[in-house]
Each structure stands twice: as structure tokens, then as C-alpha cells.
Write a protein that binds this ligand. Structure first.
Ligand code: FES
Length: 149
């Protein structure tokens, strides 16, 4: 089923719309150049997933210059905080760490050369959770945003 969500000219990047399609509530998100469609029902316990905060990743170009990536790619459910990838619907809960408490050695070292090694390391990967939100194709046809549900 194809559903016109809105004319593209009144649906700018950074906005979302929630539409009802065949008894289902679906969130449509315009982020950067892309559109995403996600069922507005969290697979954890049925919370209104598409009312949650959009999340970007923390990135750093240099020591002390941490920032959040420009385009958010995940949404956090407002009920219990499970995070979902907008594209795949895969759930995640926070940054990737093994269960339990970890301890780390800490030392003081001078100089910026140390930071180069730290920044060269691969970022921590997130551990997928057990839930997958239903996602939908969204595209632009003749200047209209169209949801395929
Ligand atoms: S209902 Fe969404 S995280 Fe629990």
C-alpha cells in the first residue's frame, strides 16, 4: 500500500510525521537526504517508539573535540530507552560493553602523540539487542513523500 505522507516542500530535514495506515501507527523521519519509516510500536513492551529522541553517535576529530554526529540514525523509545536503528530496526541498549563491571588501568603520559594512538583505535561497536522494530520503505515521488506500508 502506497500512502502519501506530505508534499516534500513542507517536510524538511529534521522533521517527523506520524501517520495511521491500516490500523498501524507509523513514524516517517526526514534525516539529511534520507527518509525512514518505523512502526510507532516498540517491540519491547509496545511503547510509542516514534515519539522518542533521535540519537547520533559521539565522535571526536581530536582530543577534547567530542561532538554528536550531525545526522541521528537511531531513536530511543520513551518508555524504557531501548534504541533502534532507523534503517534496519535493530535494537541496541547503550554502548557495547560486556555484562558485568570492567576495570581499566590508567596512567599519566605527556604529549599529543599519545592521543593519536587513541583516536586511531576503532570505535566500540554496539551489541545488538533482541528486538527489531518494523521498518518501511519511504521515497519521494513527484515531489511527494510516499510511504510503502
Ligand atoms: S516499550 Fe519501548 S523500551 Fe520498553
Amino acid at each position: 500500500m502506497r500512502v502519501v505522507v506530505a508534499p516534500l516542500r513542507i517536510f524538511p530535514p529534521g522533521e517527523r510525521r506520524i501517520v495511521e495506515v491500516g490500523g498501524r501507527s507509523i513514524g516517517v523521519f526526514h534525516i539529511g537526504e534520507n527518509f525512514y519509516g518505523v512502526r510507532n510500536r516498540c517491540p519491547h513492551q509496545g511503547g510509542p517508539l516514534c515519539l522518542g529522541h533521535l540519537l547520533g553517535d559521539a565522535v571526536a576529530d581530536a582530543p577534547g573535540l567530542a561532538r554528536i554526529s550531525e545526522d541521528p540514525l537511531r531513536i530511543a523509545c520513551p518508555w524504557h530507552g531501548w534504541e533502534y536503528d532507523l534503517d534496519s530496526g535493530q535494537s541496541f541498549m547503550g554502548a557495547a560493553v560486556a555484562p558485568g563491571v570492567r576495570s581499566y588501568g590508567v596512567e599519566l603520559s605527556p604529549g599529543g602523540s599519545l592521543a593519536e594512538g587513541v583516536l586511531a583505535e576503532a570505535p566500540a561497536k554496539r551489541i545488538p539487542g533482541p528486538y527489531v522494530a518494523e521498518t518501511f520503505e519511504v521515497n519521494v515521488e513527484d515531489e511527494y513523500v510516499v510511504l510503502h506500508a
